[in-house]
Design a protein around this ligand. Sequence first.
Ligand SMILES: Cc1cc2nc3c(=O)[nH]c(=O)nc-3n(C[C@H](O)[C@H](O)[C@H](O)COP(=O)(O)OP(=O)(O)OC[C@H]3O[C@@H](n4cnc5c(N)ncnc54)[C@H](O)[C@@H]3O)c2cc1C
Length: 400
Amino acid sequence: MRRTVFNEDHEAFRQTIRDFIAAEVVPHYPEWAEQGYVPRELYRKLGELGVFGIEVPEEYGGAGETSFKFNAVITEECARAGVSFGGSSVHTALCLPYILKYGNEEQKKRWLPSFVSGEMMTAIAMTEPGTGSDLAGMKTTAKLSEDGTHYVLNGAKTFITGGVQADRVLVCARTSAPARPAAADGQRSAQAGSREDRRGGISILVVDAKSEGYAVGRKLDKLGLRASDTAELSFTDVKVPVEDLLGEEGKAFEYLTHNLPQERLGIAIGAYAQSAAAVRFAHEYVKERTVFGKEVASFQNTKFVLADCKADVDAMQAVVDRALEALDAGELTPADAASAKLFTTELAARVIDKCLQLHGGYGYMLEYPIANLYADTRVSRIYGGTSEVMRTIVAKSMGL
Ligand SMILES: Cc1cc2nc3c(=O)[nH]c(=O)nc-3n(C[C@H](O)[C@H](O)[C@H](O)COP(=O)(O)OP(=O)(O)OC[C@H]3O[C@@H](n4cnc5c(N)ncnc54)[C@H](O)[C@@H]3O)c2cc1C
């Protein structure tokens, strides 16, 4: 089916990104995956290419584009080539919307030019060792100093994409206690009430990674996404100037609710694009490989499996394209985004698994891109909210 979601500008941009990946990323990617991060130099090159400034208003050095479609193109092209730009999708697709929507004029002037050039890389730290899905249960605290000039940040975060290399991290921390203590008796109504209250009192601080007391812990060893660093962070009496509070104190949950649909759509687009790449890799492989004197492509099973996968990819594409239009129109609801993420990521797992199977033993070897896709796609059912959490959101939207 002809796609109608992208126009000529998007397609020209796609070609630029495709060429950049072929020249600047693919030749070095195995080395980056081995070391577990991409070089800073890549971020500076992406800055020069304009990738970090697409949605930044012109007065701060960006292109002033309001559509998320250019980001979608980048996600698709990275998946197509089986590579990533390290933590840059977190920088642009996750962190930027918070700065643009909730940052004040002084903060935008201070941060955005170096954000756009890639000199200042950002990450976002919500998850903690003790809590991921239940974000309201976070224990990191930021206490306002008596003279009101700074917050004192204490706590720990984990699984932070780009956390090793980030210069500024959007840290979610509790600036005031929950309004009411959590119900101890386990009664359903009391629990529901306390859950609402626990969402208040959390704020976002844009913390300078050079601050005293800020420490990067282990760079975590992952199953997939091996060229993107994922880190533990800890904060011991870190002084964060009040000027680095993003938006209003205590409103982080509201902000997260507003921005998570875009993050989840980004993951859905990645799952779709990885599935499309898997079908392409499998299609190429089965045409080359002979078994019992015949092309693997000649078996009816191969044709049927790939036909099923193609139909699945078409369905995923229809979902993400419609969701992209809805996002640009400001109409993508949290439940829509959860539904798109749930559908595409669960289906991608099945499609990529089938495509790996068609490669036989070679599919299990990391020198074949399908093996990396298999490992990379696994996390899409976990991060940005697990499939179980997505089901909870969709079920709630159905009145269940
Ligand atoms: C590679 C990677 C990169 C990441 N990057 C970032 C990042 O940059 N910043 C950041 O803040 N976080 C990041 N995360 C964290 C990610 O968002 C969390 O891992 C995710 O939200 C799940 O939280 P958890 O790991 O604590 O799992 P848990 O919340 O402990 O969940 C454990 C299990 O319980 C299930 N569960 C939870 N709640 C329910 C429920 N209500 N009903 C039924 N089942 C439920 C879950 O689905 C899961 O199966 C990253 C994670 C990974 C793996």
